[in-house]
Design a protein around this ligand. Sequence first.
Ligand code: GDG
Length: 467
Amino acid sequence: MSETVQDKVDFLVIANRLPVDRKIDDEGNVSWQSSPGGLVTALEPVMQRKGGAWIGWHGAPDEVVEPFHHDGYDIHPVPLSAQEVEEYYEGFSNATLWPLYHDCVVEPVFHREWWDAFQKVNKRFAEQAAEQAAEGATVWVQDYQLNLVPTYLREMRPDLRIGFFLHIPFPPIELYSRLPWREELVEGLLGADLVGFQTPGAAANFLRLAKRRPGVTASRGRAHTRDGRDVVVRDFPISIDSRGFHELATSEKVQAETAKLREDLGNPETIIFGVDRLDYTKGLRQRIRAVGELFKEGKLDPHEVVFLQLATPSRERVEEYKILRDDINQLVGQINSKVGTIANRALVYRNESVPREVLAAMYQVADLMLVTPVRDGMNLVAKEYIACRSNDDSALVLSEFAGAARELKQAYMVNPYDIDGMKATIMKALTDSPKVKARKMRSMRRQVFDKTIDVWADDFLTELEGR
Ligand code: GDG
């Protein structure tokens, strides 16, 4: 395969971020390394096979980076100014759409300037794709930040096959209708040939909205557009590289890490674990409150049980995220000052990002995993725990508001708004018989090893290419 950037390609992925991170060594040499996300793992082989390109922002504002070839495919960095990052990304994407699409768990912010920037940046991504795509190429657009790209791209290049996948939930019409630009955003997605969601409920919400547009009708998972096209709308629940995670978790390096971690936590009998981006949708306040109360009431003994919560820093310049960070710090402080001792902290809270090996070790030592979002498109953490944890004497507590709840039916389900209910379910998950827990774990393992990220990508692309 050629090492130079190709003029035109048959397969393109467009995402807000590139699949590579820039590394600069001590001598100042620059290199790009694949970022270890699930999407990259799933799509790299596809792009290598088809000779593809990935279009996305490289992560540094006010900088133009030339296209380059990386690991068998092309990378086309899209430049963003500092003001665009603020308005298109932090503003419209993460302070307007993100809360709105997550059931308005915090108030979405509407600013007309953000909307202007959102349109402008979406157009830039579409133009870049239109330039790179060969005649009849397949283009896969990822996520809410690029909601307008399908229609812009269709106007520029009607010959292309365009797919769109939304990684987050799609809200009911009653909430969506608040959006001053609701018509444009629905039209934006109708430019695609295939629109994929995490759940059938999200797909149904979108179809209900689509058929309100003048001249658009909908039936049996399809929207028929004014210009006579059919848009297929359905769910494609995303997954993980299950075998990859399992191999990592059982590797020698991670085994050593696991022993060290257990030691660092004071060799407790039971380890409860949670890991999330520090985001208000993940139900951290409710989860920490519930476990804190169990410690305070003496139902959990800090000499025997440790609750380890890892919260990865996220979107730190967006106001609601700053408020959340302060709230959680305060909540953790209050609990630890009332229960446990300096040697036996009840709650070990780490607000940082850790290497994958360390995360895999954390999954391996966790007797009980708490995944309690108030709303979540899928939630990969729940699946990663099932793939990594080898011991059958384990339990997953899972929010019914995560997309993953549709597939991991054997989890201990909770409503994170019901703190007492969550406390009772946590205690049940800790005290159920090993036989019951083993049955649940085995059934969830079958699900996670059956429906992997490759299955997800293949399903989506087969449907798209059949269009
Ligand atoms: C969006 C949707 C949907 C976290 N901390 C560390 C770390 N992580 C990794 C986890 C997991 C990923 O981040 C988080 O994925 P989630 O699915 O839980 O959540 P979002 O980031 O909100 O993702 C979501 C997803 O898109 C995919 O469609 O499931 O619903 O909101 O993979 O492992 N990884 C490492 N260190 C950390 O400290 N290495």
